[in-house]
Design a protein around this ligand. Structure first.
Ligand code: ATP
Ligand code: MG
Length: 364
């Protein structure tokens, strides 16, 4: 039987609460014969600062590198607002991303039919929506040098950010998008702004060339990023996989997120480059943060975390069938009317974190 090494990094706030529900699901899949899930748990974020004086230890990073998948909860909270910038809780996640080389950020926007009413859009626009945004995560304008604010001789100040992309960086993220599209509805929309940005011109050229060479079976369309934002709100179901750079991905994935209802519903995955044996580093986390306002009260919606488990099963553990079952179970639990507070209509009864996790386990 296959052994799956999982590193669980629950973190802070509601992180440990939702991570506990993820564990219930893994245990069930183990009992059902999907392999042996060897789960280790370590500290990250504020919890690691309290114990070790830094937001992630070398030992935890080593465990993460060795794992088949890392399940990450959330980090941060008011308790650590005053710690030095270099060791703030979020720095733990940034170090993991960097040390694991996680260049591909996958953010699905799935709107379960039962929640379509909660969207800000008309029901038929979002019901059963299932799109995947593939965002480049380690390059672009967030990291390019020079990055500075300088004072000019005139006394005026000038701020500079630099967008840099190499063909290699574009190539590897585009391949992730095309590979994923083949497992879905076989369509990639590449979003850039080639009309005003050189990096957009190169992005467009590289994606076009890879498509012709290796992915001609996949439908490819090029879309200007601003138009893509508009189309996401106007008619989101036209998309399957959207691939874009770091900055556009940041914005477009937040737009897509709000099509689906609550922050408590959204999973994500971050992937590294495959090694010679085809293994790639990977980290799965809910899109939401530590939600200090509801931490410790058993109110958090665990479905974003449980959805992240589904992504880990599919993309890192080779258990696509288990992932399908888990996502179907989430859908049927929602269809049965179970709601945590964040997705319940005003005045309606809500269940707690543990009850929602139990409901998913029961549906499975
Ligand atoms: P952080 O800095 O860690 O992101 P935050 O204060 O921004 O923390 P978020 O976690 O981003 O808080 O949450 C924003 C809002 O959404 C909060 O009101 C929070 O209670 C709510 N929220 C976030 N995640 C969930 C969840 N899983 N279930 C229910 N409500 C949630
Ligand atoms: Mg937040």
């Amino acid at each position: 039987m296959a052994t799956h090494k999982i590193l669980l990094l629950p973190g802070d706030g509601i992180g440990p609460e939702v991570a506990a529900e993820a564990k219930k699901v893994l245990k069930l899949f183990e009992e059902a014969g999907y392999g042996s899930f060897e789960t280790e748990t370590d500290l990250v974020g504020g919890a690691a600062i309290d114990a070790h004086g830094k937001p992630v230890t070398d030992a935890a990073v080593a465990l993460a590198k060795d794992a088949d998948a890392v399940l990450f909860g959330a980090v941060g909270g008011p308790k650590w607002d005053k710690v030095a910038y270099e060791i703030r809780p979020e720095a733990g996640l940034l170090r993991l991303r960097k040390d694991l080389g996680l260049f591909a950020n996958l953010r699905p926007a799935i709107c379960y039919g039962a929640l379509a009413e909660a969207s800000s859009l008309k029901r038929d626009l979002v019901e059963d929506l299932d799109i995947l945004i593939v965002r480049e995560l380690t390059g672009g304008v967030y990291f390019g040098e020079p990055k500075e604010i300088v004072t000019l001789e005139s006394g005026e100040k000038r701020a500079v950010d630099t967008q840099i992309y190499t063909t290699g960086e574009i190539d590897r993220i585009a391949r992730v998008a095309f590979d994923l599209a083949r497992t879905r509805r076989n369509k990639v929309s590449s979003a850039e702004k080639r009309n005003v940005m050189k990096s957009g011109v190169l992005w467009n050229q590289v994606v076009t060339a890879i498509h012709a060479k290796d992915y001609a079976d996949v439908e490819l369309e090029h879309v200007l990023a601003d138009n893509c934002a508009m189309q996401l709100v106007r008619k989101p179901k036209q998309y399957d996989v959207i691939v874009c750079d770091n900055l556009f991905g940041d914005i477009l994935s937040d737009v897509a997120a709000m099509l689906t209802g609550s922050l408590g519903m959204l999973p994500s995955a971050s992937l590294g480059a495959p090694d010679a044996a085809g293994r790639r580093a990977s980290l799965y986390e809910p899109v939401h943060g530590s939600a200090p306002d509801i931490a410790g009260q058993g109110l958090a919606n665990p479905l974003a975390m449980i959805g992240s488990v589904a992504m880990a099963l599919r993309y890192s553990l080779g258990l696509g069938e288990a992932a399908d079952k888990l996502e179907a179970a989430i859908g049927s639990v929602l269809a049965s009317g179970a709601r945590t507070r964040d997705i319940a209509p005003a005045g309606a009864n809500a269940i707690g974190t543990g009850e929602m996790g139990d409901a998913v386990v029961a549906a499975l």
